[in-house]
Write a new protein. Sequence first.
Length: 420
Amino acid sequence: MSALDEGLFRKEALERNFSPERLEEAVRINTTAGRVGLFAMLLLFLLFAVWGLVGRIPARVEGQGILLLAGGQIIDAAALVSGTLVTTASRVGEAVAADAVLARIDQPDVRLSFEAASQRVERLRDNLKAVEENEDRVLAARKANAGALRAAYREKMVDSVRRRDTYLAQLTRQEKLASAGAVTTTKLQQTREAVEEANQALSSTRAALLELDAALITAHAERLRRLQDLRQDLLRETADRDQLRQKLDDFGKVVAPAGGRLIEWKAPSGAQVAAGTPVASVATGTGPLQMQLYLPPASGKRVRQGMPVNIEIAGLPREQWGTLQGTVVSVSDFPATREGMFATLRNDGLVSRFSAKGTPFVAVVELAADPDTPGGYLWRGGHGPDEPPGQGAIGTGKVTIEERAPIDFLLPFLRTLTGT
Protein backbone atom coordinates (compact mmCIF):
# COMPACT_ATOMS: atom_id res chain seq x y z
CA MET A 1 0.00 0.00 0.00
CA SER A 2 1.50 3.28 -1.06
CA ALA A 3 1.68 6.49 0.85
CA LEU A 4 -0.74 8.09 -1.65
CA ASP A 5 -3.39 5.45 -0.92
CA GLU A 6 -2.94 5.99 2.79
CA GLY A 7 -3.55 9.68 2.30
CA LEU A 8 -6.74 9.27 0.25
CA PHE A 9 -8.55 6.38 2.00
CA ARG A 10 -9.13 5.30 5.57
CA LYS A 11 -6.97 2.49 6.83
CA GLU A 12 -9.97 0.33 7.76
CA ALA A 13 -11.40 0.64 4.25
CA LEU A 14 -8.16 -0.34 2.62
CA GLU A 15 -7.71 -3.35 4.89
CA ARG A 16 -11.29 -4.51 4.17
CA ASN A 17 -10.74 -4.33 0.40
CA PHE A 18 -7.57 -6.37 0.59
CA SER A 19 -9.15 -8.96 2.81
CA PRO A 20 -8.86 -12.59 1.38
CA GLU A 21 -12.53 -13.21 2.18
CA ARG A 22 -13.62 -10.68 -0.55
CA LEU A 23 -11.58 -12.03 -3.42
CA GLU A 24 -14.57 -14.00 -4.77
CA GLU A 25 -17.04 -11.04 -4.75
CA ALA A 26 -18.23 -9.74 -8.20
CA VAL A 27 -17.03 -6.34 -9.22
CA ARG A 28 -19.86 -3.93 -10.12
CA ILE A 29 -18.84 -2.04 -13.32
CA ASN A 30 -22.01 0.16 -13.73
CA THR A 31 -24.97 1.44 -11.82
CA THR A 32 -28.69 1.93 -12.51
CA ALA A 33 -28.12 5.65 -13.00
CA GLY A 34 -25.42 4.90 -15.52
CA ARG A 35 -27.70 2.62 -17.49
CA VAL A 36 -30.45 5.28 -17.54
CA GLY A 37 -27.97 7.88 -18.75
CA LEU A 38 -26.70 5.58 -21.48
CA PHE A 39 -30.25 4.82 -22.62
CA ALA A 40 -31.09 8.52 -22.71
CA MET A 41 -28.02 9.23 -24.81
CA LEU A 42 -28.92 6.46 -27.23
CA LEU A 43 -32.50 7.77 -27.46
CA LEU A 44 -31.31 11.31 -28.15
CA PHE A 45 -28.94 10.05 -30.81
CA LEU A 46 -31.78 8.08 -32.40
CA LEU A 47 -34.09 11.10 -32.33
CA PHE A 48 -31.36 13.26 -33.84
CA ALA A 49 -30.77 10.70 -36.57
CA VAL A 50 -34.50 10.52 -37.36
CA TRP A 51 -34.74 14.34 -37.40
CA GLY A 52 -31.67 14.49 -39.63
CA LEU A 53 -33.37 12.19 -42.12
CA VAL A 54 -37.05 13.23 -42.05
CA GLY A 55 -36.89 16.74 -40.59
CA ARG A 56 -36.99 19.82 -42.80
CA ILE A 57 -35.12 23.12 -42.60
CA PRO A 58 -36.63 25.84 -44.81
CA ALA A 59 -34.47 28.00 -47.06
CA ARG A 60 -35.97 31.47 -47.36
CA VAL A 61 -35.59 34.61 -49.42
CA GLU A 62 -36.41 37.80 -47.57
CA GLY A 63 -37.72 41.02 -49.09
CA GLN A 64 -39.69 44.11 -48.19
CA GLY A 65 -43.02 45.20 -49.56
CA ILE A 66 -46.27 47.06 -49.19
CA LEU A 67 -49.89 45.94 -48.96
CA LEU A 68 -52.09 47.07 -51.86
CA LEU A 69 -55.45 46.04 -53.23
CA ALA A 70 -55.25 43.83 -56.30
CA GLY A 71 -54.82 45.90 -59.44
CA GLY A 72 -54.09 49.00 -57.40
CA GLN A 73 -51.26 51.42 -57.08
CA ILE A 74 -50.34 54.52 -55.11
CA ILE A 75 -51.33 57.80 -56.76
CA ASP A 76 -50.31 61.26 -55.60
CA ALA A 77 -52.77 64.10 -55.14
CA ALA A 78 -50.88 67.25 -56.14
CA ALA A 79 -51.44 70.96 -55.58
CA LEU A 80 -52.49 72.78 -58.74
CA VAL A 81 -51.40 76.19 -57.47
CA SER A 82 -48.89 77.63 -55.02
CA GLY A 83 -49.97 78.64 -51.54
CA THR A 84 -50.49 77.49 -47.96
CA LEU A 85 -51.77 73.94 -47.46
CA VAL A 86 -54.93 73.66 -45.37
CA THR A 87 -55.88 70.02 -44.77
CA THR A 88 -59.44 68.82 -44.23
CA ALA A 89 -60.79 66.28 -41.77
CA SER A 90 -59.61 63.33 -43.90
CA ARG A 91 -57.33 61.05 -41.92
CA VAL A 92 -54.73 58.53 -43.00
CA GLY A 93 -56.38 55.15 -43.48
CA GLU A 94 -59.80 56.53 -44.41
CA ALA A 95 -61.52 55.57 -47.65
CA VAL A 96 -61.87 58.47 -50.09
CA ALA A 97 -63.97 58.78 -53.23
CA ALA A 98 -62.66 59.97 -56.57
CA ASP A 99 -62.52 63.80 -56.75
CA ALA A 100 -63.11 64.07 -53.01
CA VAL A 101 -61.56 67.24 -51.57
CA LEU A 102 -58.58 66.23 -49.43
CA ALA A 103 -57.17 69.70 -48.76
CA ARG A 104 -57.28 73.31 -49.89
CA ILE A 105 -54.57 75.73 -50.91
CA ASP A 106 -54.90 79.15 -49.30
CA GLN A 107 -53.82 81.87 -51.77
CA PRO A 108 -53.92 85.28 -50.04
CA ASP A 109 -52.51 87.16 -53.03
CA VAL A 110 -55.04 85.61 -55.37
CA ARG A 111 -57.83 86.34 -52.91
CA LEU A 112 -56.87 90.02 -52.78
CA SER A 113 -56.71 90.14 -56.57
CA PHE A 114 -60.13 88.48 -56.75
CA GLU A 115 -61.64 91.02 -54.35
CA ALA A 116 -60.15 93.91 -56.34
CA ALA A 117 -61.41 92.40 -59.60
CA SER A 118 -64.88 91.97 -58.10
CA GLN A 119 -64.93 95.65 -57.13
CA ARG A 120 -63.87 96.67 -60.65
CA VAL A 121 -66.63 94.53 -62.12
CA GLU A 122 -69.21 96.18 -59.88
CA ARG A 123 -67.98 99.65 -60.82
CA LEU A 124 -68.03 98.83 -64.52
CA ARG A 125 -71.50 97.33 -64.22
CA ASP A 126 -72.81 100.43 -62.43
CA ASN A 127 -71.09 102.70 -64.96
CA LEU A 128 -72.55 100.74 -67.87
CA LYS A 129 -76.01 100.99 -66.40
CA ALA A 130 -75.66 104.76 -65.90
CA VAL A 131 -74.28 105.27 -69.42
CA GLU A 132 -77.08 103.16 -70.92
CA GLU A 133 -79.69 105.23 -69.11
CA ASN A 134 -78.03 108.49 -70.20
CA GLU A 135 -77.64 107.30 -73.77
CA ASP A 136 -81.28 106.28 -73.83
CA ARG A 137 -82.30 109.78 -72.71
CA VAL A 138 -80.00 111.42 -75.28
CA LEU A 139 -81.26 109.13 -78.01
CA ALA A 140 -84.86 109.83 -77.10
CA ALA A 141 -84.16 113.59 -77.21
CA ARG A 142 -82.39 113.23 -80.55
CA LYS A 143 -85.29 111.27 -81.96
CA ALA A 144 -87.79 113.84 -80.70
CA ASN A 145 -85.74 116.69 -82.16
CA ALA A 146 -85.28 114.82 -85.41
CA GLY A 147 -89.01 114.22 -85.57
CA ALA A 148 -89.74 117.88 -85.17
CA LEU A 149 -87.13 118.85 -87.77
CA ARG A 150 -88.41 116.22 -90.15
CA ALA A 151 -91.94 117.60 -89.86
CA ALA A 152 -90.67 121.13 -90.50
CA TYR A 153 -88.60 120.01 -93.47
CA ARG A 154 -91.57 118.19 -94.93
CA GLU A 155 -93.73 121.29 -94.60
CA LYS A 156 -90.98 123.27 -96.25
CA MET A 157 -90.79 120.71 -99.04
CA VAL A 158 -94.54 120.94 -99.55
CA ASP A 159 -94.28 124.71 -99.70
CA SER A 160 -91.34 124.52 -102.12
CA VAL A 161 -93.25 122.15 -104.38
CA ARG A 162 -96.32 124.39 -104.27
CA ARG A 163 -94.31 127.48 -105.13
CA ARG A 164 -92.43 125.66 -107.88
CA ASP A 165 -95.67 124.41 -109.41
CA THR A 166 -97.15 127.90 -109.21
CA TYR A 167 -94.13 129.43 -110.88
CA LEU A 168 -94.11 126.70 -113.52
CA ALA A 169 -97.75 127.40 -114.37
CA GLN A 170 -97.01 131.10 -114.48
CA LEU A 171 -93.97 130.49 -116.67
CA THR A 172 -96.08 128.49 -119.10
CA ARG A 173 -98.63 131.28 -119.43
CA GLN A 174 -95.92 133.92 -119.77
CA GLU A 175 -94.15 131.97 -122.48
CA LYS A 176 -97.41 131.87 -124.48
CA LEU A 177 -97.92 135.58 -123.95
CA ALA A 178 -94.29 136.33 -124.76
CA SER A 179 -94.75 134.82 -128.21
CA ALA A 180 -97.47 137.42 -128.78
CA GLY A 181 -95.28 140.14 -127.31
CA ALA A 182 -97.54 140.61 -124.26
CA VAL A 183 -94.81 139.81 -121.69
CA THR A 184 -91.38 141.28 -121.57
CA THR A 185 -88.26 139.20 -121.61
CA THR A 186 -87.27 140.50 -118.17
CA LYS A 187 -90.54 139.37 -116.62
CA LEU A 188 -90.13 135.98 -118.21
CA GLN A 189 -86.58 135.71 -116.85
CA GLN A 190 -87.72 136.58 -113.34
CA THR A 191 -90.32 133.82 -113.41
CA ARG A 192 -87.74 131.33 -114.58
CA GLU A 193 -85.42 132.34 -111.71
CA ALA A 194 -88.30 131.93 -109.29
CA VAL A 195 -88.87 128.38 -110.56
CA GLU A 196 -85.15 127.65 -110.13
CA GLU A 197 -85.14 129.05 -106.61
CA ALA A 198 -88.10 126.85 -105.72
CA ASN A 199 -86.31 123.78 -107.11
CA GLN A 200 -83.16 124.66 -105.15
CA ALA A 201 -85.19 125.13 -101.98
CA LEU A 202 -86.80 121.74 -102.55
CA SER A 203 -83.40 120.08 -103.12
CA SER A 204 -81.94 121.75 -100.02
CA THR A 205 -84.82 120.55 -97.90
CA ARG A 206 -84.47 117.01 -99.20
CA ALA A 207 -80.71 117.14 -98.49
CA ALA A 208 -81.43 118.41 -94.99
CA LEU A 209 -83.77 115.49 -94.41
CA LEU A 210 -81.08 113.06 -95.57
CA GLU A 211 -78.51 114.74 -93.33
CA LEU A 212 -80.94 114.54 -90.43
CA ASP A 213 -81.43 110.81 -90.95
CA ALA A 214 -77.68 110.30 -91.40
CA ALA A 215 -76.93 112.24 -88.20
CA LEU A 216 -79.47 110.15 -86.33
CA ILE A 217 -77.92 106.94 -87.67
CA THR A 218 -74.42 108.19 -86.77
CA ALA A 219 -75.53 109.13 -83.26
CA HIS A 220 -77.11 105.71 -82.81
CA ALA A 221 -73.92 104.01 -84.03
CA GLU A 222 -71.79 106.12 -81.68
CA ARG A 223 -74.09 105.15 -78.84
CA LEU A 224 -73.74 101.46 -79.69
CA ARG A 225 -69.95 101.80 -79.97
CA ARG A 226 -69.63 103.49 -76.58
CA LEU A 227 -71.88 100.91 -74.95
CA GLN A 228 -70.04 98.09 -76.71
CA ASP A 229 -66.69 99.38 -75.43
CA LEU A 230 -68.07 99.49 -71.91
CA ARG A 231 -69.56 96.01 -72.27
CA GLN A 232 -66.23 94.68 -73.57
CA ASP A 233 -64.43 96.20 -70.58
CA LEU A 234 -67.01 94.58 -68.31
CA LEU A 235 -66.61 91.23 -70.04
CA ARG A 236 -62.81 91.36 -69.72
CA GLU A 237 -62.94 92.24 -66.05
CA THR A 238 -65.61 89.60 -65.44
CA ALA A 239 -63.48 86.97 -67.19
CA ASP A 240 -60.46 87.97 -65.09
CA ARG A 241 -62.55 87.81 -61.94
CA ASP A 242 -64.00 84.40 -62.88
CA GLN A 243 -60.51 83.11 -63.63
CA LEU A 244 -59.36 84.23 -60.21
CA ARG A 245 -62.44 82.65 -58.64
CA GLN A 246 -61.66 79.38 -60.44
CA LYS A 247 -58.09 79.60 -59.22
CA LEU A 248 -59.38 80.06 -55.68
CA ASP A 249 -62.21 77.52 -55.77
CA ASP A 250 -61.34 74.81 -58.28
CA PHE A 251 -57.57 75.09 -58.56
CA GLY A 252 -57.34 75.73 -54.83
CA LYS A 253 -58.67 72.25 -54.09
CA VAL A 254 -56.51 69.16 -53.70
CA VAL A 255 -58.75 66.28 -54.79
CA ALA A 256 -58.32 62.52 -54.75
CA PRO A 257 -57.23 61.46 -58.26
CA ALA A 258 -59.09 58.16 -57.85
CA GLY A 259 -61.14 56.28 -55.31
CA GLY A 260 -59.15 54.40 -52.69
CA ARG A 261 -57.63 54.85 -49.25
CA LEU A 262 -55.65 57.85 -48.01
CA ILE A 263 -52.32 56.42 -46.88
CA GLU A 264 -50.06 59.45 -46.41
CA TRP A 265 -49.90 63.22 -46.08
CA LYS A 266 -46.74 64.34 -47.84
CA ALA A 267 -46.91 67.87 -46.41
CA PRO A 268 -48.31 69.12 -43.08
CA SER A 269 -51.13 71.60 -42.77
CA GLY A 270 -49.77 75.14 -42.93
CA ALA A 271 -46.83 74.25 -45.18
CA GLN A 272 -46.03 76.36 -48.23
CA VAL A 273 -46.37 74.26 -51.37
CA ALA A 274 -45.62 75.02 -55.01
CA ALA A 275 -47.80 74.14 -57.96
CA GLY A 276 -47.38 70.48 -58.85
CA THR A 277 -46.15 69.46 -55.38
CA PRO A 278 -47.54 66.07 -54.21
CA VAL A 279 -49.62 66.67 -51.10
CA ALA A 280 -51.16 63.27 -50.31
CA SER A 281 -51.00 59.66 -51.48
CA VAL A 282 -54.03 57.50 -52.25
CA ALA A 283 -53.85 53.72 -52.66
CA THR A 284 -56.26 52.48 -55.31
CA GLY A 285 -57.58 49.06 -56.26
CA THR A 286 -60.78 47.06 -56.03
CA GLY A 287 -59.64 43.46 -55.50
CA PRO A 288 -58.44 41.58 -52.40
CA LEU A 289 -55.47 42.75 -50.38
CA GLN A 290 -52.08 41.67 -51.76
CA MET A 291 -48.45 42.36 -50.96
CA GLN A 292 -46.17 43.91 -53.55
CA LEU A 293 -42.94 42.22 -52.42
CA TYR A 294 -39.54 43.49 -53.62
CA LEU A 295 -36.87 40.78 -53.52
CA PRO A 296 -33.06 41.24 -53.70
CA PRO A 297 -31.63 40.61 -57.18
CA ALA A 298 -29.19 37.98 -55.87
CA SER A 299 -31.95 35.63 -54.69
CA GLY A 300 -35.20 37.02 -56.05
CA LYS A 301 -34.98 35.01 -59.27
CA ARG A 302 -35.24 31.78 -57.25
CA VAL A 303 -38.77 32.65 -56.19
CA ARG A 304 -41.51 30.85 -58.11
CA GLN A 305 -45.28 30.99 -58.30
CA GLY A 306 -46.99 28.99 -55.55
CA MET A 307 -44.24 29.37 -52.93
CA PRO A 308 -45.47 30.13 -49.37
CA VAL A 309 -44.69 33.47 -47.74
CA ASN A 310 -44.59 34.60 -44.09
CA ILE A 311 -45.28 38.31 -43.74
CA GLU A 312 -44.40 40.39 -40.70
CA ILE A 313 -46.13 43.77 -40.74
CA ALA A 314 -44.18 46.76 -39.42
CA GLY A 315 -45.55 47.85 -36.07
CA LEU A 316 -47.13 44.43 -35.40
CA PRO A 317 -44.45 42.36 -33.61
CA ARG A 318 -44.38 38.72 -34.67
CA GLU A 319 -44.04 37.57 -31.06
CA GLN A 320 -47.33 39.25 -30.15
CA TRP A 321 -49.50 39.01 -33.26
CA GLY A 322 -47.88 36.34 -35.44
CA THR A 323 -47.28 36.56 -39.17
CA LEU A 324 -49.60 36.81 -42.15
CA GLN A 325 -49.59 33.86 -44.51
CA GLY A 326 -49.60 34.17 -48.27
CA THR A 327 -48.67 32.57 -51.56
CA VAL A 328 -46.67 33.95 -54.48
CA VAL A 329 -48.98 34.39 -57.48
CA SER A 330 -46.53 36.04 -59.87
CA VAL A 331 -42.90 37.13 -60.15
CA SER A 332 -41.47 39.69 -62.57
CA ASP A 333 -39.25 38.31 -65.32
CA PHE A 334 -36.81 41.22 -65.00
CA PRO A 335 -35.71 43.45 -62.13
CA ALA A 336 -37.81 46.55 -61.62
CA THR A 337 -36.38 49.96 -62.50
CA ARG A 338 -36.64 52.92 -60.17
CA GLU A 339 -39.00 54.57 -62.62
CA GLY A 340 -41.25 51.53 -62.67
CA MET A 341 -41.23 51.29 -58.89
CA PHE A 342 -42.00 55.00 -58.56
CA ALA A 343 -44.96 54.63 -60.95
CA THR A 344 -46.48 52.19 -58.46
CA LEU A 345 -45.25 53.54 -55.12
CA ARG A 346 -45.14 57.30 -55.85
CA ASN A 347 -42.64 57.67 -53.03
CA ASP A 348 -38.90 58.19 -53.46
CA GLY A 349 -38.23 57.01 -49.92
CA LEU A 350 -39.97 53.67 -50.47
CA VAL A 351 -38.25 53.23 -53.83
CA SER A 352 -34.84 53.73 -52.19
CA ARG A 353 -35.77 51.48 -49.28
CA PHE A 354 -37.04 48.61 -51.42
CA SER A 355 -34.08 48.81 -53.81
CA ALA A 356 -31.35 49.22 -51.18
CA LYS A 357 -29.79 45.85 -52.14
CA GLY A 358 -30.02 46.48 -55.87
CA THR A 359 -32.73 46.54 -58.50
CA PRO A 360 -35.27 44.07 -57.08
CA PHE A 361 -37.54 41.47 -58.58
CA VAL A 362 -41.22 42.10 -57.85
CA ALA A 363 -43.41 39.32 -56.49
CA VAL A 364 -47.15 39.61 -55.96
CA VAL A 365 -48.24 37.73 -52.84
CA GLU A 366 -51.87 36.75 -52.32
CA LEU A 367 -52.86 36.64 -48.65
CA ALA A 368 -54.39 33.42 -47.33
CA ALA A 369 -57.97 33.74 -46.11
CA ASP A 370 -59.25 32.84 -42.65
CA PRO A 371 -62.86 33.80 -41.86
CA ASP A 372 -62.27 33.36 -38.13
CA THR A 373 -59.91 36.36 -37.84
CA PRO A 374 -61.07 40.02 -37.65
CA GLY A 375 -59.56 40.92 -41.01
CA GLY A 376 -60.37 37.64 -42.70
CA TYR A 377 -56.70 36.73 -43.29
CA LEU A 378 -54.69 33.78 -41.97
CA TRP A 379 -52.15 34.42 -39.19
CA ARG A 380 -49.67 31.96 -37.71
CA GLY A 381 -47.96 32.23 -34.36
CA GLY A 382 -50.76 34.52 -33.17
CA HIS A 383 -54.36 35.54 -33.76
CA GLY A 384 -53.55 38.82 -35.48
CA PRO A 385 -54.61 42.32 -34.35
CA ASP A 386 -58.23 43.34 -33.81
CA GLU A 387 -57.70 46.10 -36.38
CA PRO A 388 -56.20 44.33 -39.40
CA PRO A 389 -53.55 46.06 -41.53
CA GLY A 390 -54.81 47.74 -44.67
CA GLN A 391 -53.52 49.36 -47.82
CA GLY A 392 -50.17 51.06 -47.46
CA ALA A 393 -48.92 48.88 -44.60
CA ILE A 394 -45.20 48.10 -44.91
CA GLY A 395 -43.83 44.69 -44.05
CA THR A 396 -41.15 42.05 -44.49
CA GLY A 397 -41.92 38.92 -46.47
CA LYS A 398 -39.98 35.65 -46.19
CA VAL A 399 -40.51 33.32 -49.15
CA THR A 400 -39.81 29.63 -48.52
CA ILE A 401 -38.03 28.57 -51.70
CA GLU A 402 -37.19 25.01 -50.55
CA GLU A 403 -37.09 22.67 -47.53
CA ARG A 404 -34.11 20.32 -47.01
CA ALA A 405 -33.36 17.52 -44.56
CA PRO A 406 -30.77 18.46 -41.90
CA ILE A 407 -28.55 15.59 -43.04
CA ASP A 408 -28.14 17.40 -46.36
CA PHE A 409 -26.32 20.19 -44.54
CA LEU A 410 -24.17 17.73 -42.51
CA LEU A 411 -22.96 15.54 -45.37
CA PRO A 412 -20.95 18.27 -47.17
CA PHE A 413 -19.27 19.10 -43.87
CA LEU A 414 -18.38 15.46 -43.25
CA ARG A 415 -17.00 15.10 -46.77
CA THR A 416 -14.86 18.16 -46.26
CA LEU A 417 -13.72 16.86 -42.88
CA THR A 418 -12.78 13.40 -44.16
CA GLY A 419 -11.48 14.56 -47.51
CA THR A 420 -13.73 12.21 -49.49
